[in-house]
Design a protein around this ligand. Sequence first.
Ligand code: ADE
Ligand code: ZN
Length: 337
Amino acid sequence: MNITREFIDKMPKAELHLHIEGSFEPELMFEIARRNQINIPYKNIDEVKAAYNFNNLQEFLDIYYAGANVLQTERDFYDLTWAYLQHIHKENVLHTEIFFDPQTHTDRGISFDTVIKGIHKALEDGKKQFGISYRLIMSFLRHLSEAEAFKTLEQALPYSSWITGVGLDSSEVGNPPSKFEKVFEIARQAGFKVVAHAGEEGPAEYVWEALNLLQIDRLDHGNRSLEDEKLVKTLVDKQMALTVCPLSNLKLKVVKDLKEHPLKTMLNKGLKATVNSDDPAYFGGYMNDNFWEITQALNLTKDDLYRLTRNAFEASFANDDRKKEMIRQLDDYFNKS
Ligand code: ADE
Ligand code: ZN
C-alpha cells in the first residue's frame, strides 16, 4: 500500500523528544516580546525565518537561546507550552514527553518556579482538555559545569513529583557524558529516569559513556552509534530506544539529504528507533511532517510505521495502563486501515 499523508496524520503517536523552547514559533515570539517590551533583532516573521539556516548544532543553539530570552513570566511559559499542545492535538499525538532547559532561564534571572509552574499548568490543561498524557524531563546544559547542573537539580527537588526524568542537551562535542557522571548518579538515586543526547554530532564513544556512566533509560538521537557495530549490538540487546529526529538531522546537517538518513538502517538492524520533532519551530515541522518527509525519503512501509509508533509507546515513561491503552488504539488503527 502507498502511504498517504492522511494515513500518517491520523495515526496515533507519541512524541519522546521535544524541547519546549524549540517549539517557540516566531509569531508567538513577537507577541511575547511586545508584551514584555523586549527588542528582538528581527523586523518581521520573514526575517526570523530567514535566520533559521544552520550549518551545525552550535549555529542553531545560538539562535535558540536568543529566542528563549523573550520568555519571562509564568504566563509566557504557559502560552509557549499551550501553543505546542494545541498543535500536537491536531496531529493525533496521544502522549508527549517534553524537555525543558531551566538553566537557559535561571541564568538570566528568571526563577525556576516561574518556568516550571507555567509549563506544568499548560500540561495539566492539555491533559484535561485534549486527553494528552505527558511527562516532563529536565535537561542539563552540557556546555555548563557539573556544579551548575547540581544547583539545578537542587532547585528541582521541591517539584520532583512534576518531573519524571533528567536529560542532557546543548553543545555535544567537547562536553561528553562523563562530565556529568556524578550528578546523574544522584538524580538516579532520587528516582529520576535518565536520558541523554548522544551521538548526534558527537562520536559513538559518547553513546558508550551515556550507557555505561550515566546508565540511561533512553538515548536521544544516537545516529553515530551506527559507526560502531559492537555498540549497535549492545543497544539492540538492551532494547534501548533511540529518539530519532529526521528533520532536525537534516536542518543541522547531521545528514546531507533525508534519503541518506539512517532511520531505515536502524530498524533493519533491530534498533528500537522512534520519530520525533526535537525543535519543530526551528526545523520546519512537527510530528506529522517528520513522519511524512522521512516516509517519502526512505520509502517506509506500513510495517515500518507500525514499528516506529509502537516503539515510542513502549519506550515512553507513561504508566503501564496508559501504554496498553495507547497500543490498543494503535492496533485498532492499523487493523482497520
Ligand atoms: N537543545 C535543543 N535542541 C537540541 C539538539 N538537537 N541537540 C542538543 N541540544 C539541543
Ligand atoms: Zn534534542
